[in-house]
Design a binder for this molecule. Structure first.
Ligand code: GDP
Length: 528
């Protein structure tokens, strides 16, 4: 096998999708622990709580004066290179969270088994579905009293509309949690509480559900477990690799992240079943990951909140070829060469900057605002990657300004921030206040601070009557003209020049859709 095919074949790039508090941070840390990337539990946690730990990643942050490293973690596991991309939650939740999912090849869905399917998980899964991304599911917190396992599978199937194939099955829960039965391998892995310190990462394994050792260990529970397994096997779908790869079925694992239980099974599933980087679409042609020439696209831009540092990092997903430090890359939109000397790569266990990257890896390019979401980089060929979506925002503010003389700067600043993807900017056709749209509240704060620091504009954001937005497309220009005439007060142009309908409520949107059955209302639009 050629070196490039070998490098691509051993890469797995994924993100964790979950609702806040389901255990994403805990699990991230355990994944790093099992891979050997970190020796001590508590490192990722410390980051989250803001306590500064002696973390390997902090080095890059210090160098750059920007917090980047925790958003991409690369580590080795079983001869594979794993890229784990963070999907910010809580108040950091933003469009970036969604767009990160366009840069991965699979996702790990973590569900708090006491709570079941929660709102943010639904949203993130719907984004995964745009590309039929394969999903591995982890039911977490079995060391606690949780909900009935069959009921949980049912909820995933009904609410998320994805078939479940249990790979393991829990034995008990909470104080009586004994471990899991691995249905595919016909063996029981025993739970051992208090492994939080993680000196010991192995659990006792008993082969065969009918092994008499199980009767010895769990005389009271074993019969019930055997019956339950029979029921589960009858009632659920057997694992089907093709259905998983098509995004139609999810293999389900049960465990307790905090006790390191079930974590190795997940890593193995990601390595054994999740896809290596595949072909990517561009406007010109499909790009294969094993092509000799380098290519990639920007899926996220992280700006520095510190006014002293105006640099930003453009996160680029490598799609083909080999990135090497110092190589010349073409920034396709600007038709300009970029020298890649200061590019950041992300290894969880090495301090040095890595010298090369392959399809599936993420590199970070520092810049001063000339890079935008969706920008492509190549070795010269004109390629524009497609499928990087903008999402109909859910939060809206009207942008006003204290000093009317600064109106030009406000427009310029908002146009650029809109193009960059920091926030969505809608200019109403009737010339009223600019409307900003976001999916996370923090986006407004970021925009206010950047307008002040970078454009010298003191903007105020006020509430607006807009409640939801949809991009609209028409069958012909006559229809568009009629629509524009009838609804001019609710139409706006976004930073990409696309027409959008700003609805005052869900009902208003629905009624408009009913009144204009031939107009198409889009909840996402692709980067133009
Ligand atoms: P995130 O918001 O999804 O990143 O969640 P965290 O990893 O911060 O976990 C949220 C809370 O759940 C924390 O208090 C964790 O200690 C706790 N937690 C995570 N995993 C487990 C688990 O397996 N069992 C129990 N009992 N608690 C857990």
């Amino acid at each position: 096998m050629s070196q490039i095919a070998n490098e691509v074949g051993r890469r797995r790039t994924f993100a964790i999708i979950s609702h806040p508090d389901a255990g994403k941070t805990t699990l991230t840390e355990k994944l790093l622990l099992f891979s050997g990337a970190i020796q001590l539990a508590g490192t990722v946690k410390a980051r989250k709580s803001g306590r500064h730990a002696t973390s390997d990643w902090m080095e890059i942050e210090k160098q750059r004066g920007i917090s980047v490293a925790s958003s991409v973690m690369q580590f080795d596991y079983r001869e594979h290179v794993i890229n784990l991309l963070d999907t910010p939650g809580h108040q950091d939740f933003s469009e970036d969270t969604y767009r990160v999912l366009t840069a991965v090849d699979s996702a790990l869905m973590v569900i708090d088994a006491a709570k079941g399917v929660e709102e943010q998980t639904i949203k993130l899964l719907n984004v995964c579905r745009l590309r039929d991304t394969p999903i591995v599911t982890f039911m977490n917190k079995y060391d606690r009293e949780v909900r009935d396992s069959l009921e949980l599978l049912d909820e995933v199937e009904n609410v998320l509309q994805i078939q479940c194939a249990p790979i393991t099955w829990p034995i008990g829960m909470g104080k009586t949690f004994r471990g899991v039965y691995n249905i595919l391998q016909d063996k029981v892995v025993l739970f051992d509480a208090g492994q939080e310190s993680a000196n010991q990462l192995v659990n006792e394994v008993i082969d065969g559900l009918n092994n008499p050792r199980l009767d010895e260990l769990f005389p009271l529970e074993i019969q019930q477990l055997r019956n339950e397994i029979e029921l589960v096997q009858g009632a659920s779908h057997p694992f089907d690799l093709q259905a998983f790869l098509a995004g139609k079925q999810t293999p389900v694992f049960f465990g307790s992240a905090i006790n390191n239980f079930g974590v190795r099974e997940i890593l193995n599933a990601l390595v054994d079943w999740s896809p290596a980087p595949g072909n990517r679409h561009t406007m010109q042609r499909d790009v294969a990951p094993t092509e000799a020439k380098f290519s990639g696209f920007v899926f996220k831009i992280q700006a520095n909140m510190d006014p002293k540092h105006r640099d930003r990092i453009a996160f680029v997903r490598v799609c083909s070829g080999q990135f090497e430090r110092g190589m010349k890359m073409k920034h396709v939109r600007l038709n300009r060469d970029v020298s890649a000397n200061s590019v950041v790569t992300f290894m969880a266990h090495e301090r040095e900057q890595v010298e090369e990257a392959w399809a599936g890896d993420i590199i970070g390019i520092p810049n001063h605002g000339n890079m935008q979401i969706g920008d492509s980089f190549t070795e010269g060929e004109v390629l524009q990657f497609t499928g990087i979506p903008f999402f109909a925002p859910e939060l809206f503010k009207a942008a006003r300004i204290r000093n009317p003389l600064k109106i030009k700067q406000l427009h310029k600043g908002l146009q650029q921030l809109g193009e960059e993807g920091a926030v969505q900017v809608f200019k109403p056709l009737n010339g009223a206040d600019i409307i900003l749209g976001a999916v996370g509240v923090l986006q407004f704060e970021v925009v206010a601070s950047r307008l002040a620091n970078e454009y010298g504009v003191d903007a105020v954001f006020e509430s607006t009557s807009t409640a939801t937005a949809r991009w609209v497309s028409f069958k012909d220009s006559k229809q568009r003209a009629e629509f524009e005439k009838a609804l001019v007060h609710q139409l706006a142009i976004d930073a990409g020049g696309n027409l959008a309908f700003l609805a005052t409520s869900r009902v208003n949107l629905q009624l408009t859709q009913e009144r204009w059955p031939d107009v198409v209302f889009h909840a996402t639009r692709e980067h133009a």
